[in-house]
Design a protein around this ligand. Structure first.
Ligand code: PGA
Length: 234
């Protein structure tokens, strides 16, 4: 059985004060709780506490002339254990291709980070009936050789469900997760996109859903706490 993971993606949000609030989150046995805050907060996070920290991106190179970028080693040095790679906002805002995501994922492995590799279809791709083709191509092209259940977590995040309040039906989630499970029998496969306390239990009841990558609802313990508890009880 893959492990259960509740991961929070703070995106470009969060303060030191919000980090201090994390002590209010439940950390039940059997669930890995991960927060990926802006990298500037990693050095002030309690990296030895029960909540693992992660970055939201890393460069494929270990060092060099890449203004504004961070290497996987830098994230490790700042206390990160995980890194989110290939999030749809990076694929869209920064034009990241799956080939680039694969190179970054390789760099993450070399540094010793666990990569949370994100994939997902747009609304027009879903409406065209291309969802499985799109996520299949993304996963094949984004995961390097050497990807294992120990160094990689998959996050299926339909682009149209991110930050919109729109959630796929449980049948739609089940179809994609079963397809991904067929490709990766042992890896944890998270669902992401408008997960909140009110829908978490239903989503975690879907076969092959091993947890969630949560954006907006991970910012406050009163929102994220019940999601973690729902995963623990699933
Ligand atoms: P959301 O974001 O939970 O705010 O929809 C999810 C994500 O982008 O990882």
């Amino acid at each position: 059985m893959p492990r259960k993971i509740a991961a929070g993606n703070w995106k470009m949000n969060g303060t030191r004060a919000m980090l201090a609030e994390l002590s209010r989150l439940p950390t039940p046995d059997g669930v890995d709780v991960v927060i990926c805050p802006p990298a500037t907060l990693l050095p002030v996070a309690d990296v030895d506490g029960p909540i693992a920290m992660g970055g939201q991106d890393c460069h494929a190179a270990t060092s060099g002339a890449h203004t504004g970028d961070l290497s996987a080693n830098m994230l490790i040095e700042a206390g990160a254990k995980y890194v989110i790679l290939g999030h749809s906002e990076r694929r869209t805002d920064h034009g990241e291709t799956s080939e680039e995501v694969q190179a970054k994922t390789k760099a993450a492995y070399t540094a010793g980070l666990i990569a949370i590799v994100c994939i997902g279809e747009t609304l027009s791709e879903r409406e065209a009936g291309e969802t499985l083709d799109v996520v299949g191509e993304q996963i094949d092209a984004s995961l390097p050789d050497g990807a294992t259940a120990e160094n990689t977590v998959i996050a299926y995040e339909p682009v149209w469900a991110i930050g919109t309040g729109k959630v796929p039906t449980t049948d739609q989630i089940a179809e994609v997760h079963a397809f991904l499970r067929g490709k990766q029998p042992d890896m944890a496969i998270l669902y992401g996109g408008s997960v909140k306390a009110s829908n978490a239990a239903e989503i975690f009841g879907v076969p092959n859903v091993d947890g969630a990558l949560v954006g907006g609802a991970s910012l406050k313990p009163e929102d994220f706490g019940p999601i973690i508890s729902a995963l623990s009880e699933s």
